[in-house]
Write a protein that binds this ligand. Structure first.
Ligand code: PHE
Length: 484
């Protein structure tokens, strides 16, 4: 039962619990992500893994891509088996254990740790958001602002983590940095354990649980079978399993999943004309979101490498590690969010429509890469780029995220045909997954061409798709059938 409780800035007390749970989860995620690619490419002599960038980028893309794809089964498991509260708790424990594995200086625990974080985030991330939604009654006007406050929790965690984990990881010891991420998640779990008593569980019925457990077991057995077959083929020398080949396979599966989902929806669904048109709009928004996230999420991959190798990371006389710079984007978002919200409010109905906000998001992120291409052009032997370039780039990312991300999520829910809201949310996470995967693979191209050229291409894709989308805004608005 949702409530009229106003204990947390006019919102239900449960929002405070969920705010801090997600803050700590994002603290652990972004603290570790700030270090991940740098740790993989750092020479063994300095405590790193000594991977080349192709391999590191493939693993980074595989990991960050699967983290968000895991939100699909994670949402399903909570809806049909565990209930959201238990799913969040279990997810948090798995994530903390994953970071503990990374805190150990062993290669095998490194891979196992990544796997645990993927499973844990899949269980936690979609369901903690679902719980936020469940705090409010259907017509409660506080819902949207509740989600905005929650988004601040996400970005508070994302802002402090790179500074703390990045500093300790790069300046003291990589594994201590990962250990701090583990501690952060543990704080989140303890806090959720005590705080979650304030709201009730959304529980599935006994029959649904029994049926779904059987289905889940079948899928797990099938997955385990496939892993065993692939392992056997590898042992007999018939295929070669490497980090890159697993990452490639994931990429192919991701494309097949996207094509099958939209193909199935558009061609086999029994829709009215209006519903079909809206699905068409969802497809366009989905593709635009994939392009946006594949540029934006390079914060942890190519831009992180650029910070490490080519940027003079001193500001106001302070010399800080490259990974710490990751705090700029979420920090700028926290500062800019009220400003943008104020502008949208002031403009009201004459403000930009949903597709127009997508155009703006793509344009900002495209521009940011032209800025970085210019930064790369200032490089000369022995001369590093000023940190101002990356700061400018991340501020543009923050504005882009504010234009596209919240409006994208709400468009998915508003445009979804009957009973398919959950699936549309899943597709939205899938766009993040695609974007993250591409951002990782682009890090593999980092050494293969001049950096200015790579950043120019990324910038051109962003601006090009913004222009393309601009031409589509009118027909899209028409096809949205009254939804703004
Ligand atoms: N900064 C956002 C977050 O960490 C990025 C994101 C958006 C992730 C949408 C998943 C889905 O939550």
């Amino acid at each position: 039962m949702a409530n009229q409780d106003t204990q947390f800035f006019g919102h239900p007390r449960g929002l405070a619990t969920l705010f801090f749970t997600e803050m700590w989860e994002r603290f652990s995620y972004y603290g570790m992500r700030a270090l991940l690619i740098l740790f993989m490419v750092a020479p063994v002599a300095s405590g790193g893994l000594g991977f080349d960038k192709t391999k590191a980028g493939a693993i980074y893309g595989l990991y960050t891509g699967t983290v968000y794809l895991a939100c699909l089964p994670g949402g399903w498991i909570a809806d049909r088996i565990l209930g959201a509260k238990k799913a969040v708790l279990m997810g948090g424990v798995l994530i903390a254990l994953g970071h503990v594995c990374l805190a150990l200086p062993l290669l095998n625990t490194f891979y196992f740790g990544l796997l645990l974080i993927v499973c844990g985030t899949g269980l936690l991330k979609p369901n903690v958001s679902a719980l936020v939604g469940s705090l409010y009654d259907k017509g409660d006007i506080r819902r949207d602002s509740g989600f905005s406050i929650f988004y601040m929790g996400i970005n508070t965690g994302a802002t402090i983590a790179p500074i703390i984990c990045g500093y300790v990881g790069q300046r003291v010891n990589w594994h201590y940095g990962f250990g701090l991420a583990a501690l952060g998640m543990m704080a989140g779990v303890i806090q959720f354990w005590f705080g979650s008593k304030q709201f009730s569980e959304i529980k599935p019925s006994e029959t649904v649980v029994t049926e779904s457990t059987a289905t889940l077991r079948k899928w797990l057995v099938a997955a385990l079978g496939l892993v065993c077959i692939a392992g056997a083929l590898h042992i007999f020398g018939m295929i070669e399993i490497t980090a890159i080949s697993i990452s490639n396979t994931f990429g192919v599966l991701l494309v097949i999943t996207v094509v099958a989902s939209f193909g199935g929806l558009l061609f086999f669904g029994d829709w009215t004309r209006e519903e079909r048109q809206r699905l068409g709009v969802i497809l366009v928004l989905f593709l635009a979101a994939c392009i946006f996230w594949s540029s934006f999420e390079q914060a942890g991959s190519t831009l992180n490498l650029f910070a490490q190798e080519h940027t003079a990371t001193q500001l106001l006389g302070i010399d800080f590690p490259a990974s710490a710079l990751q705090f700029v984007q979420p920090g700028a978002l926290i500062l800019l969010a009220p400003l943008l919200a104020g502008i949208w409010l002031k403009l009201g109905n004459s403000g930009p429509t949903t597709p127009m906000k997508f155009v703006m998001g793509l344009a900002f992120v495209g521009l940011s890469f032209f800025l970085m291409a210019a930064a790369a052009k200032t490089l000369a032997p022995g001369v590093k780029a000023s940190v101002i370039w990356l700061i400018g780039c991340y501020v543009l990312h923050a504005v882009g995220e504010l234009c596209l991300s919240p409006v994208g999520l709400s468009a998915m829910t508003k445009l979804a045909p009957r009973n398919l809201v959950g699936l549309m949310m899943g597709l939205w996470f899938m766009a993040t997954s695609v974007g993250n995967f591409i951002s990782g693979r682009l890090a593999g191209a980092y050494d293969g061409m001049p950096i200015a050229q790579l950043f120019t291409i990324v910038g051109m894709v962003g601006i090009g798709s913004a222009i393309f989308m601009l031409f589509l805004t009118r027909p899209i608005v028409k096809m949205m059938g009254g939804v703004r």
